[in-house]
Design a protein around this ligand. Structure first.
Ligand SMILES: C[S@@+](CC[C@H](N)C(=O)[O-])C[C@H]1O[C@@H](n2cnc3c(N)ncnc32)[C@H](O)[C@@H]1O
Length: 255
């Protein structure tokens, strides 16, 4: 997956996933999202009990002061969050993803303000402080080296920038964690399969289970963000099965 992408932002030589990422499981996770493309957004909305869209929008609202600046959409996939950003008046979105298939699709369906870049969150091909906002919706759990990725988010974020991570959560409390684990690993794949109704071979959404198992607990992700940015806030939804982790430099004034 090595190649050049002229983004209008930078012309970048992308290395694609480095050897540390090239495990069968990680590849299967990315392939699964490619296979889910025709129904990715509708099924995501169903299995998140209608919360995926509203939480993306809630995170995007926090970036609204930067509508004319560069915003990074990490793990942009089919461009779901980038489309919402553009629809909300944001002008310059860079969508990073390791899948050229998903990036090509996103470029086709989105307006010219969307700039696709092939790459991974652990090694962002951008200069430091390049972005006024970093958004990662339902992609941080897929990143294999989360500490490195958080370092990279902090590096490319300008002093005024905010980080907004929206994702499946792993609650800190044992009972809530067990309930969410049962839902994500057992119930959710059944619900997804029912609504896919034969439109795909197999069930791409079953790949959420291994990424959930590897996920750190909610507070640990927030601590990671705090370590790199200085200030972080954890918002939990649906018993902590969905989270928004937001971070900014501690020097920024709080609202
Ligand atoms: C579930 S999709 C999320 C798509 C979109 N952001 C959304 O809001 O629905 C996860 C995306 O993360 C991407 N991804 C996987 N590993 C990644 C990494 N290391 N760095 C950046 N993106 C990654 C996948 O290719 C996939 O497109």
């Amino acid at each position: 997956m090595t190649g050049y992408l002229r983004t209008g932002f930078l012309t970048i030589q992308s290395e694609g996933p480095s050897s540390t990422h090239a495990t069968d499981e990680w590849n299967s996770v990315v392939r699964a999202i490619e296979h889910a493309l025709p129904f990715y957004e509708s099924i995501s909305e169903i299995i998140s009990i209608g919360l995926a869209g509203p939480l993306r929008r809630r995170a995007i609202r926090q970036l609204e002061g930067h509508r004319s600046d560069w915003i990074l959409d990490s793990g942009t996939g089919p461009g779901t969050s980038s489309r919402m950003l553009l629809g909300d008046g944001f002008e310059k979105i860079v969508g990073v993803d390791p899948s050229s298939i998903l990036l090509r699709y996103a470029k086709t369906v989105l307006s010219p303000g969307f700039h696709p870049v092939l790459g991974v969150a652990e090694s962002l091909p951008f200069r430091s402080s390049a972005f006024s906002g970093v958004l990662a919706c339902f992609s941080f759990r897929d990143v294999r080296d989360k500490a490195l990725s958080m370092e990279e988010f902090a590096r490319v974020a300008s002093r005024e920038a905010r980080l907004e991570i929206v994702d499946i959560g792993k609650p800190d409390g044992t009972i809530r964690r067990k309930l969410i684990e049962i839902y994500v690993t057992s119930l959710m794949p059944i619900i997804a399969r029912f609504f896919i109704r034969g439109r795909a071979v197999g069930n791409p959404f079953r790949m959420i289970a291994p990424t959930f198992r590897r996920l750190a607990k909610n507070r640990d992700i927030a601590k990671l963000a705090q370590r790199e940015f200085g200030f972080a806030n954890l918002c939990e939804f649906g018993l902590g099965g969905l989270v928004i982790v937001e971070a900014r430099r501690a020097s920024q004034t709080r609202e």
